[in-house]
Design a protein around this ligand. Structure first.
Ligand SMILES: *Cc1c(COP(=O)(O)O)cnc(C)c1O
Length: 453
């Protein structure tokens, strides 16, 4: 493509497009990277340059771009129908996908409610939970318990669960309050506790909250094992087991937000599997279509579903839905995604890559002066940088250290997106061992370039 065409596109982007989570003043001062094609684990920009897709196109790509099997599933479906509605009708791909999801989901989940994004999957879960308690004769259960720095999406409902001061300050008046518990990561990182002591401290704090608010609790909402958007805050399977047991004992529902952790990301098909936790509701998004199309799903237990049954005049139905709910194209590609997991034994196949990523991060970053913490579950990892590790002093926000490192990494042929000063490694599950070395190497070289060795 000609340089002239790139210039035209870049100018039009700067003139008309408003990018998410982006300070547009900064954006408009820089040349945009414009992606035109993809090939396996690579993105190809409008100037023909290739970049390893180090964050799986915002955590959703699974098998690489333009996977023949996923492409074929889409083409086959488009020859039948692109969209019809789930309101008053059903469609073949949505039915087949629901069945396939229930087969692989944690035990006890039997119903699938579709939506279009992770935030909506969470919105659906919290609305089902709220209505469930009204219908089940415990109307006082209206409180949601969530972790500090949880991220559950950007609608008003999901942002209420995952409040973040810098992001949501301006809409604070619109959000409903959630009750917060501190994740063990906070104790461990800031107080330098051993993992077990941090788990114990976090569980003690949670126990206090459940004692005080347990009877009003509608649900515990949790990103199992890894609070992704917080900056890859990991917790142990043991913590997940204990905190969900506490919620159960208090009579609250358990909502697992597996939007980021689902579909193999943590090294199991779902993060809940690592802890043997069977949630009452589970939210899925991101990887569900292999990263092809927007689709999300909220899975629920049968007893919750049953509470909504009754005659029309009882008004027990779940009055919620979106126009593109259960879209046949998205459902068809999602089923093909699941077939690849099954037939290629993908969960076993990625285990060696997880170990390679661990070693690749350790060997490069463990000894670096500014690397404060390396956190990993499966093929999702974060390296938190600080100006002074010893004093737990972060870099100044204005320095935009993480963002500058990500920019510098492009020179070395990788696209990554940090969370603040935590460098994020979230490649497609199809990344090869050589590409893991290339990814970690590029980000390490960029780090040394920006903050020194
Ligand atoms: C990304 C994410 C969401 C929101 O998903 P969207 O599709 O961006 O709305 C919700 N929960 C978690 C844990 C996520 O990582």
């Amino acid at each position: 493509m000609s340089e002239e065409r790139y210039r035209r596109l870049a100018a039009a982007d700067h003139r008309h497009v408003w990018h998410p989570f982006t300070q547009m003043q900064l954006w408009m001062a820089e040349e945009p990277l414009i992606i035109e094609r993809g090939e396996g684990n690579y993105l190809i920009d409008a100037r023909g340059r290739r970049y390893l897709d180090g964050v799986a196109s915002l955590w959703c790509n699974v098998h690489g771009h333009r996977h023949p099997r996923l492409d074929r599933a889409l083409r086959d479906q488009i020859d039948r129908i692109a969209h019809s509605t789930m309101l008053g009708l059903s469609n073949t791909p949505a039915i087949e996908l629901a069945q396939a999801l229930i087969e692989i989901a944690p035990g006890g989940l039997s119903r699938v409610f579709y939506s279009d994004s992770g935030a909506e999957a969470v919105e659906v879960a919290l609305r089902i939970a709220a209505q469930y308690w009204q219908l089940a004769g415990q109307p006082e259960r209206t409180v949601f318990i969530t972790l500090n720095e949880a991220y559950h999406g950007d609608t008003i409902g999901s942002a209420s669960l995952g409040y973040s001061e810098p992001f949501h300050r301006h809409i604070r008046a619109l959000l409903f309050p959630a009750v917060k518990i501190p994740p063990p990561h906070v104790f461990r990182f800031h107080q330098r506790m051993a993992p077990d002591a941090a788990d114990a401290a976090a569980l003690e704090a949670a126990a206090g909250v459940f004692t005080r608010d347990g009877k009003k609790a509608a649900a515990l909402v949790i990103e199992p094992l890894m609070q992704g958007a917080a900056g890859m805050w990991a917790h142990s399977a043991a913590y997940l087991q204990s905190v969900t047991q506490m919620a159960r004992a208090a009579g609250a529902l358990i909502i697992a937000d597996e939007v980021a952790t689902g579909f193999g990301r943590t090294g199991a098909l779902f993060a809940c599997h690592h802890a043997g936790v069977n949630p009452d509701l589970m939210c899925l998004g991101k990887g569900i279509t292999g990263g092809y199309l927007p689709l999300a799903a909220t899975l629920t237990a049968e007893r919750i579903f049953e509470a909504f049954l009754g005659s029309p005049q009882e008004f027990r139905a779940f009055y919620y839905g979106h126009t593109y709910t259960g879209n046949p194209l998205a459902a068809a590609v999602a089923s093909a995604n699941l077939a690849i997991f099954r037939e290629e034994h993908l969960i076993e196949a990625i285990q060696p890559k997880i170990a390679i990523l661990r070693r690749a991060l350790e060997s490069r970053f463990a000894a670096h002066r500014n690397a404060a913490d390396i956190r990993q579950w499966g093929l999702m990892a974060g390296v938190e940088l600080m100006e002074s590790v010893r004093e737990r002093r972060p870099f100044a926000y204005a320095a935009q250290t993480g963002a500058r490192i990500a920019s510098a990494a492009r020179k070395f042929g990788v696209v990554v997106r940090p969370l603040g000063d935590t460098l994020i490694f979230m490649p497609p599950l199809s990344i090869t061992s050589d590409e893991i070395e290339m990814l970690t190497d590029a980000v390490f070289r960029a780090t040394c370039e920006i903050v020194g060795t």
